[in-house]
Design a protein around this ligand. Structure first.
Ligand code: MRU
Length: 341
């Protein structure tokens, strides 16, 4: 059995998702700088998993930080928070975790106690996340029917979380209820999370999965094959607008055109009441090689201009329901996420 991330007491281990599905390699990071770099380089990715990795990196930094007094220790930790805050800007779970870890330090004046509390909190982040995903799954499974073909984009599964997954958690829960579900996994250009990761983890679970390229989505929707769409989220703004992997917006427009329900599954830590709408969400721009190269092979001429926004925003109007561990917001357009805050 594989795991996404593990706390070892004095280091953090992660499955290197850059190498999947060809190789299953675990990497162990004994210091926080390397954990931050692993997030930026996408050794680990997916909003909840990024949050957990940051939490563990912060706990690691606290353990190893040398400080003569608590004031300089806390100042040093602020520097650590800044490092993690710069790793990936769109996934709000990252900032949610940083705030949670900062909150743990508040009012404490003993360095040893702070270190212990941060470590306990990092472990709790991972354990809680799996429970949350199972609850999201329970809350969402009723929207999937026996025999459904469910399309998903990117990877919002066990690999993107502490385990079980959000969008794939909903699918797993429906399968556990005995429903026959087939997943259409969109390839997810340019980084291929769908082809490499979603296909890999669903096959491991014996859930029937068919790989399609992103531009086949409309074809299969129009043909009546795709019955539902379930995706994850990196940040859900106060009005319900949702940032997720680039291409999600296109699928939402197609789903709407074809009258196909479009669900977003995410933990409360992905809900961001401080961001009013999708226009205020910072979209990460990644390196051009992800687009100009395909699986390491150059596919575009040298010198061409390339764009690589990693996320797009699906307007709340295109979302049938937002499924969380606390409950479901049906038709979020017009009411947003206020009922949960
Ligand atoms: O760039 P990634 O792979 O981190 O993007 C991941 C996604 O867009 C996921 O759909 C999202 O983080 C939800 S993961 C439960």
């Amino acid at each position: 059995m594989y795991y996404t991330i593990k706390w070892n007491g004095d280091s953090v281990s992660m499955l290197d998702q850059r190498l999947l599905p060809m190789e299953e390699v675990y990497r162990t990071y004994p210091n926080y700088h390397d954990v931050a770099e692993a997030i930026t380089d996408m050794v680990i990715r997916g909003a909840p998993a990024i949050g957990i990795a940051a939490g563990m990196g912060i706990a690691l930094a606290a353990k190893k930080m040398e400080a003569s007094d608590v004031a300089s220790f806390k100042k040093g930790m602020e520097g650590v928070f800044t490092v993690f805050g710069k790793t990936r800007p769109t996934a709000v779970n990252l900032f949610w975790t940083i705030n949670r870890m900062r909150g743990i330090m508040e009012g404490k004046n003993d360095i040893g106690e702070i270190r212990q509390s941060l470590e306990a909190e990092a472990v709790r982040l991972l354990e809680e996340d799996v429970k949350i995903n199972r609850q999201i799954g329970k809350n969402g499974a009723r929207y999937l029917d026996d025999g459904d073909v469910v399309m998903t984009h990117c990877n919002a599964g066990a690999l993107a979380t502490g385990g079980y997954g959000t969008a794939l958690g909903v699918i797993r829960a429906a399968v556990e209820e005995g429903k026959r579900i087939e997943v259409y996994a969109c390839e997810t250009r340019p980084y291929l999370q769908g082809a490499r990761l979603t296909a890999w983890e669903l096959l491991k679970d014996d859930i029937r999965v068919t790989l399609i390229t992103d531009n086949m989505a409309g074809y299969f929707m129009r043909a009546g094959v795709v019955k539902k769409v379930v995706v994850g989220a990196d940040r859900i703004a106060a009005n319900g607008d949702t940032a997720n992997k680039i291409g999600t917006y296109t699928h939402s427009v197609l789903a709407r055109e074809h009258g196909i329900p479009f669900y977003v599954a995410a933990p409360l830590s992905t809900l961001d009441p401080a961001t009013p709408d999708g226009g205020a969400i910072i979209i990460e721009e990644r390196g051009i090689d992800e687009v100009a190269y395909f699986a390491g092979i150059q596919v575009a001429p040298e010198g061409v201009f390339v764009k690589n926004p990693a996320f797009d925003v699906t307007p709340a109007a295109n979302i049938t329901a937002i499924i969380t561990e606390k409950g479901v917001i049906e038709k979020p357009a017009g009411k947003g996420i206020a009922e949960f805050f």
